[in-house]
Design a protein around this ligand. Structure first.
Ligand SMILES: [Zn+2]
Length: 471
């Protein structure tokens, strides 16, 4: 049971950009702007010019419902858009079209790996809104002399996913973000690698203080760093007898600190009122058909992997936490020994890829199949298999070529027995030590045999042979 000594309460507001849609949420501008010059994907609607009228993108509403269903939310009967009034250069029309009462969906949850096992984080609501423009500062926000504005992003469909304040540590917050991104990836509704695809605002309070909202977090690691900083800051304020006030703070990613921006606004500051240019939508009838199109989601796939391939839950979790890895595994497991495949993909391949900052696309599944086949048929040792995987990643080639080139074929039988006999004859001191009860002496004899066989014998088998000869 996790005690949560500081009474940390964290809730996250995640903005997901539906960047796989063809057009923006209220106009026909293309969403494919990421490689184009600033302000080249704009029109009177997304520039907020007077007299322009929004038209809802039906696909965006369907994606929003899909997200709600995947997060175990209830999809509402009716949904309605509102104007959130504020003046800021990223929003030239003076209000943002968003939702307030009657959001698309509410009352769901996500399961994460918490501080004390599986932990349920409530989803308050998931609603639609439009993205404002992007502000670009020279250097850091507090020192910049001017601000540039790019309206290519203005009017992109956003889904804001608001969690309950159920996370009790920065680590849980990061796990929540990982899991949420994982689910969205399975839904195939956004490309998480594009700029601005997923942005996080975090609300955090500790026992005895008010909550602070931290804006401008753009990575999962950033969220964890910002929250760690904020816990220390709030604790220091309280320790000095001060008061933690309710405010909005900005996360400076480069310096990994949060800076006070303004006292926190209340909902009434925004004078929300129903958007008169968009009709309310009756969406209850849409949900069943959309539900039927939902793909298998990470938790379901994890459970199926455990059941179907008899692999460990940890391995199933690691394999399904990235869609591409899950697909890679399943293709390999259908043709090879599923347990061996799970072990080698999770415990070796993923580590070697991470170390080189590569993704699963850098490794061919045919090569994984060959490596597993060589292992299962005992033609190579485990060390040999690691060597093949590393060589494939660093230099390319094929597993069979590498086995031939490096002489990795496992040696067995007489060659190993002879090497063991030689090792015993040539190392009387180690033999005496072993017989006197020093277990470690056996390791040095195994080492001698491995050297004699150029690392191509199976270390476990060598151990057995030596024990037999010494017994
Ligand atoms: Zn437009």
């Amino acid at each position: 049971m996790y005690e949560n000594p500081d009474g940390v309460m964290i809730g996250l507001e995640v903005h997901v950009q539906l960047n796989k849609l063809k057009t923006k949420v209220f106009c026909g501008c293309s969403t494919d702007y990421h490689n184009d010059p600033p302000n080249s994907h704009v029109c009177p609607v997304c520039l907020g010019l007077p007299g322009s009228l929004p038209v809802i993108n039906k696909k965006a509403v369907e994606s929003a419902i899909k997200i709600g269903l995947a997060l175990n939310c209830n999809v509402e009967e009716h949904t309605q858009f509102y104007r959130k009034n504020y003046y800021y250069p990223d929003l030239p029309k003076g209000f943002q079209i968003t939702q307030y009462d009657f959001p698309i969906s509410s009352g769901g949850y996500i399961l994460i790996e918490g501080e004390d096992g599986e932990h349920r984080v409530g989803i308050t609501r998931a609603h639609m809104e439009e993205d404002p423009g992007r502000l670009v500062h020279e250097g850091t926000i507090d020192k910049s002399k001017y601000t540039l504005i790019d309206y290519n992003r203005s009017g992109m469909a956003l889904i804001e996913i608001v969690s309950d304040p159920d996370m009790r540590s920065p680590k849980e917050a990061r796990r929540y973000l990982d899991k949420l991104r994982n689910i969205l990836e399975y839904l195939d509704i956004f490309d998480g690698d594009l700029e601005g695809a997923l942005r996080v605002d975090a609300n955090i309070s500790i026992m005895g203080g008010q909550r602070a909202e931290i804006k401008n977090i753009s990575s999962h690691r950033g969220a964890e760093r910002a929250l760690l900083f904020e816990i220390v800051r709030q604790k220091n304020v309280l320790r000095r007898g001060g008061v933690v006030v309710q405010e909005t703070r900005h996360f400076d990613e480069a310096r990994e600190i949060t800076l006070s921006m303004r006292s926190k606004e209340e909902a009434h500051d925004y004078r929300y009122f129903p958007e008169p240019d968009l009709v309310p939508l009756k969406i209850s009838g849409w949900a069943p058909a959309i539900k039927a199109t939902l793909p298998e989601l990470p938790d379901a796939r994890r459970m199926r992997f455990v059941e179907q391939y008899s692999i460990a839950d940890d391995h199933a979790r690691a394999l399904t936490s990235e869609l591409k890895v899950a697909i890679f595994y399943e293709e390999v497991a259908k043709k090879a020994h599923p347990k061996t495949a799970a072990v080698w993909i999770c415990d070796v391949l993923k580590g070697e890829l991470n170390y080189r900052d590569l993704t699963i696309e850098a490794f061919k599944k045919e090569h994984m199949l060959s490596v597993i086949e060589l292992l299962v048929s005992k033609k190579i040792t485990e060390d040999g298999a690691v060597d093949i995987i590393r060589t494939l990643l660093d230099k390319g080639g094929s597993p069979i070529e590498i086995v031939k080139e490096k002489g990795l074929m496992k040696v067995e039988g007489d060659i190993v027995s002879m090497a063991a006999e030689e090792a015993i004859k040539e190392n009387p001191a180690a033999v005496a030590d072993f017989k006197a009860g020093k277990e470690k002496a056996l390791n040095s004899l195994v080492g001698v045999v491995m050297k004699k066989t150029k690392g191509r014998a199976d270390a476990r088998a060598v151990r057995e042979i030596l024990l037999g000869n010494l017994g």
